[in-house]
Design a protein around this ligand. Sequence first.
Ligand code: CDT
Length: 302
Amino acid sequence: ARCLTIAVAQTGPIQRSASRAETVDRLVHLLEQAAAAGAEIAVFPEMALTTFFPRWRIDDQAQIDAFFEQSMPGPETQRLYAAATRLKVGFALGYCEIAGEDGRTRHFNTMDLVGPDGRFIGRYRKMHVPGSSEPEDGTTTHLERRYFEPGNLGFPVFDYRGVRVGMAICNDRRWPETYRMLCLNGAEVVLLGYNTPLLLDEAPALAHLRMFHNHLPMQAGAYQNTLWVAAAAKAGLEDGQALIGGSCIIAPTGEIAAQAMSLGDEIIVHRADLDLIETCRKVNFNFALYRRPDQYRRISEP
Ligand code: CDT
């Protein structure tokens, strides 16, 4: 069978007080564990180098920009790329990107795919940026729209050792369009990272469904698009805010093949059978034969 052994590298909290050097040490250690477990690729969380700072309103641009990477790799992240080369294990890494584009400075919530030779393969910028740009009364602050522009790179799919790999970031996983676009672009594997607060002030009665609503769309997305989905949480109590764990690897059947058990730094690994994609397409999802794109036009209208 055609296979890709995937590691999900969940991290525990990354406190604001942690230095980049400490954090990169943790990521290198996780990549070493992934390699020791036979993984060929690893996925790290969204914003894997910093605390999830959109929980705060920050006005000082220098303080904000301290959470962002000016270049990738940079002086502090270079060691992770060197580890990939040494271990021959590539990775997808979520981080905050500053880009000079269109003659101005732009901020994106980004994930880069890096090869087993430590070289950049491709980039994804989060499309579905949730929350608001100003605090809303009475709800848990989630100010991602204050700090990030929505992505502008589409839903690209890249070749990783002959496997077609796409990426998605946190809130993207709740939207069916994310998986369908990646599927139509030829993805076989979707690597995803997230930071999801446990408490839900907007609708406290739904709070007990937090983990269900984490897995439900990813399992449906995997099944309905015949994809492998590998999702890494940043989990645990981060700067006073509880983030859910539940990192997982999901098969094209919709089954959870592996799931993290802790809220800390943890590796889960699964040898993903890529031939299962074809089996699932035979059972129901022959997209070329059965899809009715001419009937779906409303989906791409505002
Ligand atoms: N990071 C991220 O996108 N988190 C969101 C929280 C939404 S609360 C407005 C999520 O979908 O998990």
